[in-house]
Design a binder for this molecule. Structure first.
Ligand SMILES: [Zn+2]
Length: 147
């Protein structure tokens, strides 16, 4: 999914699970689960994009995710916990960055790349964005109800 969707999912979990010892593992496993839902992201067709464009898109996506997550969950969550939640929720994809940006096709980057490639389910626009909006909104609502 987009970095924005992963950040919001991590933030929603952190906001609802006050104990980081439980919240952080949940956030870590939320990433591959979210990526199994058919979605669109900037990584689609990455081989044919220039590296600078890919980097700028990924960085913009990540910055947007951080800002939105702090706007939505910053009031109710410890800032350090929220920052860690975002970092952990993105870590699976951050560990792939050296693979596609620098061509570091060796462990552990190759393992994260291959795993991500295996589990990612793709969907074209506009469905690929709608599935993410629906997943994030659904999760936030469910966590609000449970909380
Ligand atoms: Zn991913």
């Amino acid at each position: 999914m987009t970095a924005t969707a992963h950040a919001l999912i991590g933030g929603a979990i952190a906001a609802s699970v006050p104990n980081p010892a439980i919240g952080i593992p949940l956030i870590a496993i939320s990433h591959p689960i979210a990526d199994m839902i058919p979605h669109w992201d900037f990584g689609l067709g990455w081989r044919s994009k220039s590296k600078i464009l890919l980097f700028l898109e990924a960085a913009g996506d990540l910055i947007l995710g951080v800002i939105l997550t702090f706007i939505l969950f910053g009031n109710s969550t410890n800032y350090l916990y929220l920052a860690l939640a975002i970092f952990i929720s993105e870590s699976w994809d951050l560990l792939q960055v050296p693979y596609w940006l620098f061509g570091w096709k060796f462990f552990p980057f190759s393992a994260f790349y291959n795993f991500g490639h295996e589990i990612n389910r793709r969907a074209k626009m506009p469905w690929g964005i709608l599935t993410q909006a629906a997943s994030v909104t659904g999760l936030v609502l469910v966590l609000r109800i449970l909380h």
